[in-house]
Write a protein that binds this ligand. Structure first.
Ligand code: AMP
Ligand code: ZN
Length: 473
């Protein structure tokens, strides 16, 4: 019998048992980043939360029966602005080429950064610009049915024609008018109406449409991609709670009025904050995931800290949390060093871990479970940690480097570099004297400590092996 996952559905404002529409095809859509710059730490929160849910769904329904889609918004004013700035600074190529260069580069950064956090890639990562035809088609259907109208190359959604507008975020249309920053524009019938399509200047990216050359509004992108890739009705739609209004409210309005059932369950993560305020590019109170990685904070330490707080609570990044996470992960590594992980396709996590996650993705409880359950079973610790995205192959060396740095008398990467320098000096002397005995003794000592020694033609390399023990040096 399949386990029951309980999820807090923002739409019904209740915790509910999750019942997939089709348990052989469980479908989830998560709003992805606008690719104009490096992801900040807050942007990593939905990535990690939905990574955990994805792992849980794959465990329960089988990897081949789950489809996870997360888009890239690669058409946007901020992207255009970065390309324009590059052009002004003398970069060669058309503005469209510079836009493409910027989005490609940002996507590759995003992948590298999120991979470093142990997040699995979704099954499908559509770029908005690859689905323009579907967006145009959805707009045409909305215009035909009276839910949208065209004015001067703009297409606008007629909010007052959708009576359920506001149901997700719990606001009435009149409250929104009074409180929200809605853009007043002469071409709008009503100031609440939002853009489905807007004209584009000749030099900026644009596509031909029944309303002239232009580009889609942000909200229609997700509706069109979700419909194309997941169908009329799908299980889960996720994102940060800053997107509830207006983005998700608008997605629902468009999709429903285009005749689709759209998502059954809505999940929203709370914000990563700095001094009580949402971390965001626009407030300027941010640091990027790459900043932390470059400072030597291991990706899985970031993962641990982020998952230590339940996704529906606001959280801060603190050095204290970082140090605690490092301590725990170092302990996990010490206990499992040298063990070979069980093949991930045959490993089945304990019920205790799955039960914790099934309680509305209780990642805090899951981490405590792993931490306290396997003190006498190192193999189980390694396998459960890996199932949860920790102690991965790529992170092992990070750990060892940190351990080296922590161990008194060992300087981490610098210490390794000095060993390489010693070895090379001995080799240079030996090549003159033709007596290689000292080189051999030193090399044997390095191998004994668990380092792989590569003697290239004119330099040496030391690779940290799984059984590396700096104390043996
Ligand atoms: P954006 O590129 O701003 O649309 O954000 C991409 C994703 O990151 C969305 O799901 C946002 O809800 C989420 N997000 C943005 N800022 C934060 C934050 N400070 N904390 C948590 N999630 C965030
Ligand atoms: Zn979206």
């Amino acid at each position: 019998m399949a386990m029951t996952i309980i999820l807090y559905n923002t739409l019904t404002k209740k915790k509910e048992p999750f019942v997939p529409i089709d348990d052989t095809n469980v479908r989830m859509y998560v709003c992805g980043p606008t690719v104009y710059d490096r992801a900040h730490l807050g942007n990593a929160r939905p990535v990690l939360v939905f990574d955990v849910l994805y792992r849980l769904l794959c465990h329960i329904y089988g990897k081949d029966h789950v489809k996870y889609v997360r888009n890239f918004t690669d058409v946007d004013d901020k992207i255009n602005a970065t390309a324009l700035a590059r052009k002004k600074a003398g970069a060669s190529g058309s503005l469209e080429e510079l836009v493409a260069e910027r989005t490609d580069e940002t996507i590759s950064w995003y992948h590298a950064d999120m991979d470093a956090l142990g997040a699995l890639r979704p099954d499908c990562e559509p770029r908005a610009t690859e689905y323009i035809a579907q967006m145009v088609a959805m707009n045409c259907s909305l215009i035909n049915d009276g839910y949208a109208y065209e004015v001067d190359g703009h297409v606008l959604f007629r909010v007052r024609n959708y009576s359920e507008y506001g149901a997700l975020s719990g606001r009435s249309v009149d409250d929104m008018l009074a409180g929200a920053r809605v853009e007043v524009a002469p071409y709008k019938e009503d100031s609440l109406d939002f853009v489905l399509w807007k004209p584009s200047s000749d030099e900026l990216p644009g596509w031909n449409s029944p309303w002239g050359r232009g580009r889609p509004g942000w909200h229609i992108e997700c509706s069109a991609m979700a419909y194309e890739l997941l169908g009329d009705n799908f299980d889960i739609h996720g994102g940060g709670n800053d997107l509830q209004f207006p983005h998700h409210e608008n997605e629902i309005a468009q999709s429903k009025c285009a005749g689709h059932d759209f998502a059954n369950v809505w999940l929203h993560n709370e914000m990563l904050q700095i001094d009580g305020k949402k971390m965001s590019k626009s407030l300027g109170n941010f640091f990027t995931v790459r900043d932390l990685l470059d400072q030597g904070v291991a990706g899985e330490v970031i993962r641990f800290v982020m998952l230590s707080t339940h996704y529906r609570k606001p959280m801060n990044w603190t050095e204290k949390k970082q140090v605690e996470a490092e301590k725990t992960l170092n302990r996990w590594l010490d206990q499992t060093v040298g063990l070979i992980p069980t093949d991930s396709t045959s490993f089945i996590p304990n019920k205790g871990l799955i039960d914790s996650l099934s309680e509305d993705i209780n990642t805090h409880k899951a981490l405590s479970y792993i931490n306290s359950s396997f003190q006498d079973n190192s193999q189980a610790l390694l396998d459960h940690a890996r199932w949860f995205g920790f102690l991965g192959d790529g992170t092992r060396e990070d750990h060892v480097a940190r351990q080296l740095a922590n161990d008194e008398g060992y300087g981490g990467p610098e210490h390794l570099a000095s060993l390489v320098a010693q070895l090379d000096a001995l080799r240079r002397l030996a090549s003159k004297s033709k007596d290689f005995s000292e080189v051999d003794t030193f090399k044997a000592q390095l191998i004994q400590a668990g380092l792989e020694v590569r003697m290239l033609k004119d330099k040496s390399e030391l690779i940290v092996g799984e059984n590396f023990n700096p104390k043996k040096l």
